[in-house]
Ligand binder design. Structure first.
Ligand code: ADP
Ligand code: MG
Length: 453
């Protein structure tokens, strides 16, 4: 059996060179070798029916060739989905090992607990996250040796959980002997509380400690929730110190830096000096676009480029929200039978959200957000000064009022004490410049974020 699964490892290595990294990670690497039936058929289990369909549709001939090269000429491939696996076990009850395999699959042994989509290859690297990405990769490649502990912090939806899973997926694939555990702070707390409940304090701790201290890598996601749980904190410090002293890797994520979680800082600050505290920042316009394009590719959404730009410009830095919007546009497009979602569909999909926002925002809000962004006064933006420091913000504010609120030119003119030709000129100039100027795009997108648009 072991011999055969080694041969299967060879197939995997060959396949890795032949298909895209994303396809390999999502579908091929999750195949499980079941048996080498009658020495002429390799039976494999796909992680889901979708996985099976994807492989049959796209890369079955490469898989067959690789299997023949590794197992011998004329050997065929059979892929089962999880449902077919049960039938297969019943039909082939001559092989008692199959039942064992089936049981171990059901019990989740050896199963990769990490989200297969959250891998390094799917993580778009930009200025906002390049350091944290590099640190996460270094830790995945050399657990316990580089940055220990690694503390990642940043706002909601910026990719912290994605990176933790990417580390997990990497280690599961390349270093599967290592014991690795990912828990949310909530799960850690619940485990601790339930072990307290189930027994006397001796057995509690031994069971709980066995689970958390025999690890090579411990990842705790969203540690900020620990701040008001005194006894869980106490246990966490013991776990932390125990692992740390044994050179085991600890990775922590949080929505704020350690110094804002006072108890953590007090107890662990000396440990942090040997580790790395790295923030993950909000993505700029280009990174948002690249992330959305990656997402569209992964999900098989077909959308026009300007749809992606439109979404990247519109909303906040929370990437989960951006992804949700992309999904919404695509869903709208499929509803009306469109193969590729267009900008018109995107506008239609967001109409209600936008109408809501339009009602809440006033021209003066846009003026003050722009002043704040450029650090100039209300008098300067509305005044007559022709210096670049005033003219650019003025034109941008005019453009934004027109674009976001769609109010008549004359009304915009009143805000700035100017006639409508000046307004048209400003609007057209910015519209034209936006086609090529990515700096300007970023500015516009940042001001819109300020306004929650
Ligand atoms: P957090 O844990 O920081 O709240 P998540 O890791 O859950 O955020 O990320 C939210 C979503 O955004 C996920 O679907 C994730 O895959 C995606 N995402 C975040 N950053 C990136 C990135 N740099 N490249 C690709 N996808 C990203
Ligand atoms: Mg998270």
């Amino acid at each position: 059996m072991i011999q055969k699964s080694r041969t299967w490892q060879k197939v995997l290595s060959k396949m890795e060179l032949q298909v895209s990294a994303v396809f390999f990670d999502l579908w091929i690497s999750t195949l499980q070798f079941i048996e080498f039936k009658n020495f002429d058929k390799v039976v494999l289990l796909a992680s889901s029916q979708t996985a099976k369909t994807q492989i049959l549709k796209n890369h079955i001939s490469q898989l067959e060739t690789c299997v023949e090269q590794a197992f011998g000429m004329g050997v065929t491939v059979e892929i089962l989905d999880p449902e077919e696996m049960s039938e297969y076990v019943t039909k082939n009850n001559d092989n008692p090992k199959l039942q064992q395999i089936q049981d171990s699959i059901i019990n989740g042994e050896n199963k990769n607990p990490f989200n297969p989509k959250y891998i390094f290859d799917n993580f778009v690297v930009g200025k906002c996250n390049q350091f944290v990405y590099a640190a996460a990769r270094a830790v995945a490649e050399h657990p316990g040796k580089r940055f220990n502990p690694l503390f990642i912090y940043g706002g909601v939806g910026l990719g912290k959980t994605h990176l933790l899973h990417a580390i997990g997926n990497y280690i599961h694939r390349n270093n599967s002997d290592l014991q690795i555990m990912y828990v949310t702070c909530e799960k850690f707390t619940n485990d601790y509380i339930s072990s307290l409940r189930n027994g006397n304090s001796e057995s509690l701790t031994s069971e709980f400690r066995e689970k958390y201290r025999n690890l090579d890598i411990l990842m705790i996601d969203d540690i900020q929730f620990i701040s008001n749980k005194t006894s869980t904190q106490e246990e966490f410090f013991h776990t932390f110190n125990d692992l740390y002293q044994n050179n085991k890797q600890i990775i922590i994520s949080s929505d704020r830096p350690p110094k804002e979680i006072s108890t953590l800082e007090e107890r662990l600050s000396s440990r942090f000096t040997s580790g790395l505290i790295q923030d993950i920042q909000a993505p700029d316009f280009e990174t948002k676009v690249a992330i959305l394009q990656k997402k569209a590719q992964l999900e098989g959404y077909s959308v026009d480029d300007d749809v992606v730009n439109f979404i990247a410009e519109k909303i906040t830095s929370n990437i989960r929200e951006l992804e949700g919007l992309l999904g919404k546009v695509y869903f709208f497009a499929t509803l009306i039978g469109q193969k590729t979602a267009t900008i018109e569909t995107a506008r239609e999909a967001f109409k209600e959200d936008l109408d809501d926002k339009k009602e809440k925002i006033k021209p003066e809000d846009i003026v003050s957000a722009t002043c704040e962004y450029f650090n100039i006064s209300d008098a300067e933006i509305k005044g007559k000064k022709k210096s670049r420091e005033c003219v650019e913000p003025r034109m941008i504010a005019i453009y934004l009022i027109g674009e976001l609120l769609g109010i008549p030119l004359i009304s915009i003119g009143k805000v700035f004490n100017r006639d409508h030709t000046t307004i048209i000129h400003a609007r057209d100039k910015i519209t034209e410049q936006l086609k090529t100027d990515s700096r300007l795009k970023t500015i516009i997108s940042d001001i819109k974020s300020k306004l929650n648009f």
